[in-house]
Write a protein that binds this ligand. Structure first.
Ligand code: SF4
Length: 576
């Protein structure tokens, strides 16, 4: 067994209440590393691609990484990997903090959960073993209520990941949350909910050893020092929301269900404006020296963590400029356990259907703060129109008809993040080919659009290799796992990643080997999707983006022909 690992995963069957440790070979660990990579490998071995993601037998994987528990900044992260109930394709979402460290201290590199408990339960893993306890009293509780209740019951040193009411109601974009952070995209919360598992509570004492602790300390100090530098300044100063006004200037801020790329009231949602009237504190994940989390006060109670993606999805995309309402909507999504991007995207789609007279919910209009808050609660409880919208914009479009699928803002069923594809065309390619659907975390192609490598509104085939590079880099970062907000501090990420892995594992690993590892992980996701029924027609964007230029920027026009040629070149360069 290499250093940095335990060499096994814990497989728990919640139907039977049984568990076992299963070995992980050195070869598998070296080929898939951890996090997303190891999660996909375990899913393939379990045969998950052909299963109904909400069936008892469908596995849900919590995958840790060799770096978890090390002094490397931002390394306290875990991946949640399953077949997505929203897309029917691979889904890997990442979250942070003490749950990752506690999980690895349970003496395993991943936890696989299968089965369906007879009643709502919590899975407890500690030094006495694995057990199931009833969680009936937490039915309908928010993630924070569940977490604090279980800590009071079990002990403050347990770390808890849980679902909110949305996960219990099998909302197809429900999250799994821990300490205010979310494995957000693709509906892993619904998968856990389908198993009748409200939460997993962990406490462990087993530490993995490092191959070269002195070298690891030196690398960690250097990385921490650089994490205080200019490459991460924007995350410390204003957080991810810092991009909002820039995107609006570029015509890339999706507005009213992607009918426009500029929002005339964007300033009211900008962090510059938000911080003039509200107090704000900064927080960070465990083991992080950057601290990108900006928590805004809402007057009473806990504040709300403000992210660009939540501001765009619940703000400009729904045409809502009332900043208080948008912050409350974001907080409500956190409480219910809803992915803010898919929530906002599905609501904005419904608002456009109402505008066209195809959905008889006249109160659900663009710009209405009251409607936004009301419909979020309906989605979280699957009541009224919320039952349809809880299935996401693609399924809602199929039910509504009228070719509304042409403007349902999704790829493979996953709602599109806050990057207007017509204005950012390398990102358009990244969205189209994304294994888990429209995704800005598994492809960093927007970085290419904002560089001098391409003309973002007229990209050519030259953009393809850059898009592939960002996807490969993301696969490596998500498998090692290290926070993407560090990416700007590396001159040669693969070379530094090899150094980190050498000091942790003792492997004589090189940058070239890691480039191959990244490609293997991307290919494994594709293999999963092929087994799940992927067809080439899925690698595209909704018709709106391919037939309608942005109204305020006619140059931001993307034809089907151009997107198809980019996708074909992508497949060619991937060797698929
Ligand atoms: S930069 Fe932000 S998301 Fe990344 S580890 Fe630090 S606090 Fe967490």
């Amino acid at each position: 067994m290499p250093f940095g690992y335990h060499g096994c995963y814990l497989r728990i069957d919640v139907s039977k209440g049984t568990s076992e440790y299963a070995p992980l070979s050195d070869t598998v660990l070296r080929q898939y590393l951890g996090g997303s990579g190891l999660g996909v490998k375990l899913l393939l071995d379990e045969g998950a691609a052909v299963m109904d993601p909400l069936a008892p037998e469908a596995p849900l994987v919590f995958a840790f990484s060799p770096l978890v528990g090390s002094p490397l900044t931002t390394s306290a992260k875990f991946a949640v990997v399953s077949k997505s109930p929203l897309t029917g394709r691979i889904n890997d979402s990442l979250a942070s903090s003490g749950f990752a460290i506690a999980g690895k201290r349970c003496g395993c590199d991943a936890i696989v959960i299968v089965g369906r408990a007879a009643e709502l339960s919590v899975v407890v893993i500690d030094e006495t073993g694995v057990r199931m306890e009833p969680a009936i009293e937490y039915r309908g509780a928010t993630c924070r209520e569940t977490e604090s209740g279980l800590k009071a019951r079990l002990g403050a040193n347990y770390r808890v990941a849980s679902i909110g009411p949305a996960g219990e109601h099998l909302v197809r974009y429900a999250t799994i949350s821990h300490d205010g952070r979310h494995a957000g995209r693709g509906g892993s919360g619904a998968v856990l909910g389908s198993k009748n598992v409200k939460a997993i509570a962990l406490r462990g004492t087993k530490r993995a050893e490092w191959a070269n602790p002195e070298e690891l300390t030196t690398i960690s100090k250097s990385l921490s020092k650089r994490s205080f530098g200019p490459a991460t300044a924007k995350y410390r100063e204003l957080g991810t929301a810092t991009n909002l006004l820039t995107f609006n200037r570029f015509g890339a801020l999706p507005t009213r269900n992607f009918q426009s790329g500029t929002f005339e009231e964007a300033a009211s949602l900008s962090p510059e404006q938000l911080s003039t009237t509200r107090s704000k504190t900064r927080e960070s994940c465990v083991s992080c020296t950057i601290g990108c989390e900006h928590i805004y006060s809402l007057g009473t109670g806990r504040g709300v963590r403000v992210e660009y993606e939540s501001l765009f999805a619940l703000g400009s995309l729904c045409g809502v400029s009332d900043a208080d309402a948008v912050l409350r909507a974001s907080q409500r999504c956190d409480e219910l356990g809803l992915d803010t991007i898919s929530t906002g995207g599905t609501i904005a789609f419904a608002m456009e259907c109402v505008e066209r007279g195809w959905l008889n919910e006249p109160w659900l209009t663009f710009g209405s703060a009251d409607a936004l808050l009301r419909v979020i609660d309906l989605i979280g409880s699957r009541q009224g129109i919320g039952d349809l919208l809880a299935d996401g914009s693609r399924r809602a479009a199929e039910a509504i008809g009228h070719h509304s699928i042409d403007f349902a803002p999704q790829v493979k069923g996953l709602e599109i993040p806050g990057y207007e594809p017509r204005a950012l065309q390398t990102m358009a390619l990244g969205f189209a080919v994304g294994a888990r659907g429209a995704d800005h975390n598994r492809s960093g192609a927007y970085e290419v659009d904002f560089s001098d490598k391409v003309d973002r509104r007229h990209v050519t085939l030259d953009a393809v290799r850059h898009a592939i590079d960002t996807e490969d880099k993301a696969a490596l970062m998500d498998s090692m796992i290290i926070c993407k907000f560090l990416r700007g501090v590396f001159e040669d990420f693969q070379a530094e990643a090899a150094e980190m892995l050498r000091s942790v594992t003792g492997w004589d690993v090189s940058a070239d080997e890691l480039r191959e590892t990244a490609k293997r992980i991307v290919s494994s996701k594709r293999q999963f999707n092929l087994l799940a029924g992927w067809t080439p027609a899925e690698d595209t964007l909704p018709e709106r983006f391919l037939s309608t230029p942005l109204p305020n920027d006619p140059e931001a026009s993307l034809s089907r022909e151009r997107l198809d040629s980019l996708v074909a070149e992508y497949h060619r360069q991937r060797g698929w």
